[in-house]
Design a binder for this molecule. Sequence first.
Ligand code: F6R
Length: 602
Amino acid sequence: MCGITGYIGKKEGLPIVFDNLRKLEYRGYDSAGVAFFNAVSSIKHQVLGPKVIKAVGKLDNLEKAIRGAKSQAATAAIAHTRWATHGIPNETNAHPHTDCKKEIFLVHNGIVENYRELKTDLTKHGHHFYSDTDTEVLAHLIEEFGPELALKKVVGAYALAVIFKKEPEKIFVARLGSPLVIGVGGGEYYVASDPTALAGLVKKVVYLKEGQRGWLSLSGMKIGPARPRLEPLEIDPEQSRRGNYKHFMMKEIAEGPEVLESAIRGRLSVRRNSVKLGGLESVTDQLKRIKRLEILACGTSYYASLIGKLLFEELADIPTEIAIASEYRYAKRPVSSQSAAIFVSQSGETADTLAALRKANNQGLLTLGIVNAVGSSIARETVAGVYNHAGPEIGVASTKAFISQLGVLSLMALHLSRQKLKLHKEIIKELRILPFKIESVIKNSGAIKTLAKKYLQYDNFLYLGRGYNYPAALEGALKIKEISYVHAEGYAGGEMKHGPIALIDKNFPTVALATQNRVYEKMISNLEEIKARSGPILAIATAGDKKMAKLADDVFYVPKTIEQLEPILNIVPLQLFAYYSGILRGYDVDKPRNLAKSVTVE
Ligand code: F6R
């Protein structure tokens, strides 16, 4: 969602904050703006400004608008990409926002939940508002009370960077509920809502903690109430680039084999039939007493977690419940001291998952994370956890993170198992060779492109799967919805005759996950029913399956693997199918409409 950048140091700030904003483009936005001090008056030796420039739409528009503008070296600059929540995307509503006297300029991520009450009060005290945003209230509150007191009056979430006309060499920063990171190096401070923006610029960062706030200036950093902790920035700038790929989405699908390897590297021993997860060592004793698991997540991470539930129950014999984080956070549920709650999140910043985590922490549950973004809020607030190590995921639709999450969930299920089954050994062995099998599917992506062309005429799809492939069908349907804007419903095969079969006719194709496993024959029955009603069938099937060639209209073959790991392989053709369907329809697959990479508001 929205992105923040800021800079105070000896250099000229405007180009720096703009370049860093570019690195946050992937988060999704619909307008953008900058505020900077623009020149030194030779008469009074005063810095002029701050000057604000905003533009609606892509950053290219802002780039045009700032062309020719120069900011004064050694003064502060801030910038923002906005994703509209309160008020339409226009220049007035774009950040930075200012107060009545135009002396305070700020950029904000998050939400001011009590902005209506605050606005009413401030209006009574003579403040004039020009935008429809909740953010503008913050500028007027600071004008009225100063930053410290102003924030005490806010209910909601914020990551904030503020500059002041009277103090051009300072930035005020604050965090509550929305992430903010400070890059520190060589007397310079960079502000960003996402550490990706700082890759290659600094080696050390401070991830602001909840409630931390303070000042960055040429003479140093004053952050409180907790002392700021410098940490290494662990992002490889190379990884954030698109390489030779036309789209991040394709690059990230192609990284599937690599991310699975990174997820299992150093964590598996075929010889000892064991899994070692360093991130869980600190809670080894507590985990031994666990009788029940809960998994909380949103979107794609939730679908990965549905597969996680099946893995924990089958491989570790631990009853596992799963809930969508946005439901869990408001649900009344019995709490057991013998439960652990696992939070699965690529970004580690999803507002609903974070709120669910805080609820679980308050209830005294042992909380564990499966997180990709190192140093993110969920990673820091869980008691223990396992990183995905999948590298930054830039494409808005999650692809490689799903594969990595399934890898880590498999490892966790094996790790938590109290007995060693023959199946465990087979899974450990298969995880080692699975990256090569994913590779072979990706090499065959031309065939998926041909299929995407053939199915381009349809606007509705049924995605069908059973067992481990049911959540994979849900995820496949989500991908094509997000990327191609066509309607797709994921269903469990057994549920078909309880309703959706009414939809089947020659205009309603089914994408079937029908690989050879324990429920294969059941899937065949489903497909026969579809065939009998003239429904077109595109099947994902096991290499060599001749029966499927006769039954389905089109088949994409994947190598044979162990049933419990099938979704890792079967999701790849579905990701590619969504990718090509989007491209062929002429859509921006890296930034699908209305979506943001990291959903940091409720
Ligand atoms: C779908 C997608 C979203 C995310 C969801 C959770 O392609 O990307 O559904 O999976 O917003 O995000 P994280 O995993 O960052 O918590």
